[in-house]
Design a protein around this ligand. Structure first.
Ligand code: TXA
Ligand code: MG
Length: 308
């Protein structure tokens, strides 16, 4: 791909139809997109990411009607979709049509993860393409998710036949993943908080109790090259410092006002920027664990290489 050029929507649709890959902006992070029904195209996604093929992908759809063609919705799933779509929520449901989202995309599971993203460029692409599109975060496996067009190009741009510039991602953290197979389960915390989900479907069971259902939760994930030190009240000599809140000093204050949404939006871009200075370690200030803080701390524990 020509590294400097952003492509048009028509270029992107043509690329998907030809079984090629597209960099797609979403409100959470940039995705590396492929036609979900085309196993050869899906294989290229795994290859470009260097991703273990047992880790299934999310099928992105234009809306609930499109989602109902690929997954079986019960009342709880419908209620969540109606409340939070389009937006940063992924639902893991029984697969309905096993052709529309091929076996390789589901990593052979009889379930499927579906999400209707809210970013206008993603919506336009999904509507114009007219079928489900798999899109893992556009990073190479184990690296932080790209939240800007430039970072997406740097990660997997060479594998993409077209790249759509949607500006910096508003949310900056991957979608919340909830499984509705037996009792509702939080598989990955994200921008839609636990409390917001529980307000619709009641108490959520823990993901750890059902690790098989959540193959993507590898221990070391979202990792920069430098070691990461968490809950650091201040930096040590040679460390890069990601601070948080009014007292935070230095170049990378995740949110000077202590706002968790702002911190989430800055997180991956600051991790990357700090990493580029090749510090002894990246020290990160304590982040409160409430609301969106649960998702931020989940990603930070993974960046540091702790079991999640
Ligand atoms: O915000 C997002 O969700 C971004 C943007 C691009 O939409 N995408 C994303 O995809 O984060 P990915 O592939 O990096 O993460 C998908 C997560 C993984 O943890 C995967 O294991 C889980 O969803 N997942 C996918 N299908 C599943 C299934 N059938 N059962 C359980 N977990 C599943
Ligand atoms: Mg990812």
């Amino acid at each position: 791909m020509d590294e400097t050029a952003a492509h048009t929507l028509a270029d992107a649709v043509a690329a998907l139809k030809a079984g090629r890959l597209v960099l797609m902006p979403t409100e959470t992070v940039y995705g590396l997109a492929a036609d979900a029904s085309n196993a050869r195209a899906v294989a290229k996604v795994y290859e470009a990411k260097g991703r273990p093929s047992f880790n299934p992908l999310i099928a992105h759809v234009a809306d609930l009607a499109a989602a109902q063609k690929v997954a079986r919705f019960d009342d709880r799933a419908r209620a969540l979709a109606e409340r939070f779509w389009p937006g940063p929520l992924t639902l893991v449901l029984p697969a309905a049509d096993t052709q529309a989202v091929c076996d390789l995309a589901r990593a052979g599971l009889d379930t499927v993860a579906v999400r209707a993203p809210g970013h206008p460029v993603a919506k336009a692409l999904l509507e114009a393409f007219g079928g489900p599109v798999v899109a893992p975060s556009a990073n190479r496996s184990g690296r932080p998710s790209p939240t800007t067009f430039a970072d997406a190009l740097e990660e997997t741009g060479t594998a993409a036949a077209a790249a759509l510039d949607g500006g910096p991602c508003e949310i900056g953290l991957e979608s919340t993943v909830v499984a509705l197979l037996d009792q509702p389960r939080l598989l990955r915390p994200g921008a839609v908080t636990r409390a917001e989900i529980e307000a619709v479907v009641g108490p959520l069971a823990e993901a750890e109790a059902d690790a098989k259902r959540s193959p993507g939760r590898l221990t070391r994930h979202y990792a920069p090259n430098s070691p990461v030190r968490l809950d650091a009240p201040s930096p040590r000599r040679g460390e890069a410092w990601l601070s948080f809140g009014p007292g935070g000093r230095g170049r990378w204050n995740l949110s000077p006002t202590g706002d968790l949404s702002e911190a989430a939006a800055n997180l991956f871009a600051y991790l990357r920027a700090a990493d580029r200075t090749e510090p002894v370690a990246i020290a990160i200030a304590p982040i409160p664990d409430e609301g969106l803080g649960e998702a931020i701390n989940d990603r930070l524990r993974r960046a540091a290489g702790f079991v999640g």
